[in-house]
Design a protein around this ligand. Structure first.
Ligand SMILES: NC(=O)c1ccc[n+]([C@@H]2O[C@H](COP(=O)([O-])OP(=O)(O)OC[C@H]3O[C@@H](n4cnc5c(N)ncnc54)[C@H](OP(=O)(O)O)[C@@H]3O)[C@@H](O)[C@H]2O)c1
Length: 263
């Protein structure tokens, strides 16, 4: 059966204007699924929609606002949403907690946690009622433990990881596949922006097109898929370290991306 036959005729990609989200939209369209494209930059959404050979609906929405999910639900109430990919989530600020504005952090948590929860409840609930569907929550290796400059980002990504795993357990008997997609460094405009700001360099970045294709191919292999790991469905990669060693390693990794070389 095709992806559209298995899950339904329409997918939503939340955070679709570039990078991994745009690649998900392209992969789903290639597999014959109509796509609702959600992000803030309208022009990029329209350009992407024009490239896709399926029906599309572009919705300009800031997912960090308190009414975002309500607005998304209203704007798609006439569609059968069979797949929901929640991709928006990177941290473009990369500072320690106390250097950040609390209101900005509240919006960040709304986008990465509250809106994800609400979308799962609304769209996943309809899938469970229908007895078919799929949900992908894009999370990060930063979810495995805390780290310097990653405190809030990592905590939100841990929320997404654990939420997806729990929903996988709750919804599998209802015909709904849920996947926590754990990404390492991936070649997106957002990561490139962080590297440009810090002067950092990273080798071996994952290609968003490969990430999206692999995730869709393994949608039914949840609860967790760690892209690029030797055993993507296997144990957490830091599992053999003490928690302190893990946090120190994560902090060193973050410093390589987020700090100016002379800082
Ligand atoms: N890139 C990496 O190396 C990496 C590593 C690990 C995990 N990840 C995860 O992969 C996902 C994608 O990351 P990314 O690097 O592509 O960066 P990103 O900043 O999450 O951007 C992805 C998409 O989300 C949209 N977006 C961001 N904030 C939004 C908001 N408030 N409302 C609506 N749309 C919003 C962006 O479009 P607009 O700006 O047009 O709104 C863009 O289309 C994230 O969940 C991230 O945690 C990435």
């Amino acid at each position: 059966m095709s992806v559209a036959e298995t899950y339904g005729p329409w997918a939503i990609v939340a955070g679709a204007s570039d990078g991994v989200g745009a690649a998900f939209a392209e992969e789903l369209a290639r597999r014959g699924v109509n796509v609702v494209l959600v992000a803030r930059r309208r022009q990029l959404l329209d350009e992407l929609a024009a490239r896709l050979d399926v029906a599309t609906r572009a919705i300009t929405l800031d997912l960090s606002t308190p009414t975002a999910t309500e607005e998304l639900a209203a704007a798609t109430s006439d569609l059968e949403i069979g797949l929901f990919v929640y991709n928006a989530g990177a941290d473009s600020v990369n500072k320690v907690l106390l250097e950040r504005d609390l209101d900005e952090l509240r919006g960040f948590v709304r986008r990465n946690c509250t809106a994800v929860l609400e979308a799962c409840h609304h769209f996943g609930g309809a899938m469970v009622s229908r007895g078919r569907g799929g949900v992908v929550l894009v999370t990060s290796g930063a979810a495995w433990c805390g780290g310097h400059t990653l405190s809030v980002y990592g905590a939100t990504k841990a929320f997404d990881l654990v939420l997806a795993e729990g929903l996988w357990a709750e919804w599998r008997q209802h015909g709904v596949d849920v996947l926590a997609l754990v990404l390492g460094p991936t070649d997106t405009p957002s990561l490139q922006g962080s590297l440009d700001r810090s002067g950092g360099k990273m080798d071996r970045l994952a290609d968003p097109a490969d990430v999206a294709a692999e995730a869709i191919a393994h949608l039914a292999d949840g609860p967790t898929w760690s892209y690029g790991m030797p055993d993507p469905a296997g144990p957490p990669p830091l599992g053999t370290l003490s928690r302190r060693q893990a946090v120190e390693l994560m902090s060193a990794g973050a410093a390589a991306v987020h700090s100016k070389p002379d800082a």
